[in-house]
Design a protein. Sequence first.
Length: 21
Amino acid sequence: LLSSIFSERGNCYMIYSKLPQ
């Protein structure tokens, strides 16, 4: 469970980092 939540957070972070700041 914890690993799946962390993985989901990681995916969101990757997408967010690709966005222009």
